[in-house]
Ligand binder design. Sequence first.
Ligand SMILES: [Zn+2]
Ligand SMILES: [Zn+2]
Length: 305
Amino acid sequence: MERLFILGCGSALPASGRNPTAQVLEHAGKFFLIDCGEGTQSRLRESKLSFDKITHIFISHLHGDHYLGLPGLISTMQLLGRERELVLYGPKALWDILQLQFNASNTRVSFPFRFVEVDAEKELLDTSNINVSSIKLNHRISCFGFIFKEKPKQRRINGLLVKQLEVPNYFMNNLREGQDYISSSGELYKNEFLTFPPRKSHSYAFCSDNRIKANFSDKLKGVSILYHESTFLHKELPRARKTFHTTVKEAAELAVEVKPDLLILGHYSARYKELKELKMEANAIFDSVLMGEDRLVVNFEKIDC
Ligand SMILES: [Zn+2]
Ligand SMILES: [Zn+2]
């Protein structure tokens, strides 16, 4: 996972400068789109993110601020002549809504489009370098978060040394996997001498709308970057409880238990024009906090950890 693009960090009511929830997680040259509130298409354009590179879309729940941008995005993909497969993860009713919309507009999706229902905590995707699973959140309607875990990476070859020692090309993958090298004259070279340690494997948890339940942090242990909604300041706790949302203080307390390298906040109520007070409330409890903002790009390699 290379970068996270925050395309929208507002909540249900429109707020100037903030779109509803949408994020793009860049992984190995592909994009995972996480939630797709209204306006996501224009944010994608502004951020120069290719629609074609979006291979998987994950929708947490069916409140409008998390998916109403999706029918438009799919239509645009169709208009652009997409050929690449698209996989959509979300509640069953999302697929029904899309079908109804396509039927009403006489749209025939001509690219391969696959739907995977998210109705429980389960593995959603497993490739040679990443694993994605769902986690149940506590909201007014069925709602799931997503955990993206990179698998251990390979060691990195010291190009200069292997060139000097004339290590044959066919042996490079063995070196990446950790094997020692014996030259044609019988000399042994330890792997650590010829390679650098692998880059750090990151994990990213996206926790959408959620009223944190006891022991929720157990599900997030080991996560290096944690996104959690923080709709209200803690003085609005009764409102947070009533609407099944989380306060900034509660999100920061969750981070104290999970111990990520970075906590990213978002889904702010439209009543907060500025984020200063929210940041202070978070930092009083947890140091490493990034206030999510529309158009913010987080480079995972640059996170100090
Ligand atoms: Zn929401
Ligand atoms: Zn919601």
